[in-house]
Design a protein around this ligand. Structure first.
Ligand SMILES: Cc1cc2nc3c(=O)[nH]c(=O)nc-3n(C[C@H](O)[C@H](O)[C@H](O)COP(=O)(O)OP(=O)(O)OC[C@H]3O[C@@H](n4cnc5c(N)ncnc54)[C@H](O)[C@@H]3O)c2cc1C
Length: 384
């Protein structure tokens, strides 16, 4: 361009507004900034309230919630959880707690729990939890129900103790399930939203864990807690659980994918100095990345029908969840071998991730529970 042309050219806009970041970009920025700074303290016991609120404002808890009871974008929700878990597994687990509690509210169809209440939840203005390990294990025949509901005028009275529920606080709530006493046993199940500040609710300390200490995990003890229709998620609960079960498990894969991705990231970090000797190890970062990408693609396919109750779909969901656990375990272990002593320091994210990967593998549904369910569902295919 000549000087004359330059002088004639119209002035360029100097204040062009940058496009709004997408939800995933916003989540990534939080993960790389305040979340990374808080990860060590979260591991050791500090609840990252501010980070969890910021993630809500960025839309991390809303993507999977569609209009009415329709599913939203499950893969976007899983990717958000993956980005968080990649940096801090404890926070990634709490993203799942919040997302799955949003699913409970949405699918309840209860006007008291949808509308403004759901909106406050998925924006992160209110925080919630899930106490469904015990019911999920009860449905799989692994343990018996720990909460009991007694019908009374206008609702139910709840008694019993759930031993460990994460993401709790005085003004938080949890989706839980109780067996309804019919006088001669449990007639059906009731699922409801238990408020931590309801009369008769007591949060009790858990023993120290080897990781996830900042997840605000408590035992919830209920003594004659009154539950009215306004708090009911499902009564009876069985058909509702059948509808949401696949989505509950599928969402959780983001936790395992993220812990595995964080481990792979840490392997690449030491490659310039240690690649010459690390190349003699198994589970190298490029192999693990290829496996992780293929698993992510499989999960993306399953996200098209998150509420499907088709048996083959459910078996695939259980399988990807188990694969995510196994991959997180292998990647975290291999990352430690790649890092050597620097990964054995208490301050290292590499050893923290080993402990986080153990939790991915034992939180309900644990690998053993998943394999039991896959065997049960697969057996029903065989001729009688
Ligand atoms: C850090 C952490 C956070 C968790 N967060 C949640 C949550 O948010 N929501 C939720 O629903 N569940 C949560 N859980 C529970 C978890 O999902 C599993 O259900 C639980 O760890 C038990 O599974 P298990 O495979 O050990 O059970 P199993 O191996 O089948 O064990 C059988 C029973 O023994 C009990 N048990 C074993 N050891 C002990 C012990 N030392 N003290 C008391 N009881 C014991 C278990 O609770 C279980 O009921 C959390 C657990 C932990 C450790």
């Amino acid at each position: 361009m000549s000087m004359a042309e330059l002088q004639e050219a119209p002035p360029q806009a100097t204040t062009a507004t940058a496009p709004e970041p997408t939800m995933l970009e916003a989540v990534r920025a939080i993960a790389d900034g305040p979340l990374r700074a808080a990860a060590d303290a979260t591991d050791r016991g500090t609840y990252p309230l501010d980070v969890l609120k910021r993630l809500g404002a960025a839309g991390a808890y809303a993507a999977h919630i569609g209009p009415g009871t329709e599913p939203g974008d499950y893969m976007a929700a899983i990717r958000a959880m993956t980005e968080v878990s990649r940096v801090c597994g404890a926070s990634g687990f709490m993203v799942w707690c919040q997302q799955v509690c949003g699913l409970y509210l949405q699918q309840s169809g209860n006007p008291a729990l949808t509308g403004a209440r759901l909106a406050a939840h998925i924006s992160g203005a209110r925080l919630g939890a899930t106490g469904m390990s015990n019911p999920m294990k009860s449905y799989a025949g692994i343990e018996t129900l720990l909460l009991r509901a007694k019908p009374v005028a206008g609702g139910y009275r709840i008694n019993g103790t759930l031993p460990w529920v994460s993401n709790l606080g005085v003004d938080h709530y949890a989706g839980v399930l109780a067996g309804v006493d019919s006088g001669d046993g449990v007639a059906r199940e009731l699922m409801f939203l238990l408020s931590c500040d309801a009369p008769g609710v007591e949060l009790r300390d858990c023993p120290s864990f080897s990781a996830m200490e900042g997840t605000n995990t408590w035992a919830i003890r209920c003594t004659d807690v009154f539950v009215s229709a306004d708090a009911v998620l499902a009564d009876p609960a069985k058909p509702y659980i059948a509808r949401i079960r696949g989505a509950f498990i599928l969402l959780q894969t983001g936790f395992g994918l993220g812990v595995a991705q964080g481990a792979i990231d840490s392997m690449w970090r030491v490659e310039p100095q240690l690649g010459h000797v690390n190349r003699f190890l198994e589970d190298r970062p490029d192999d693990l990345q290829a496996e992780l990408d293929a698993l992510t693609t499989r999960i993306e396919g399953l996200c098209a029908t998150p509420f499907s109750s088709d048996r083959d779909h459910l078996i695939s969901v259980l399988d990807v969840r188990a694969h995510a656990s196994e991959l997180a375990l292998r990647a975290a272990q291999s990352a430690l071998l790649h890092a050597g002593a620097r990964g054995y320091l208490l301050s290292s994210d590499v050893q923290r991730r080993v402990r986080e990967s153990h939790f991915v593998a034992i939180v309900t549904p644990a690998i053993k529970h998943l394999r039991k369910e896959i065997a049960r569902l697969s057996a029903t295919e065989m001729p009688a």
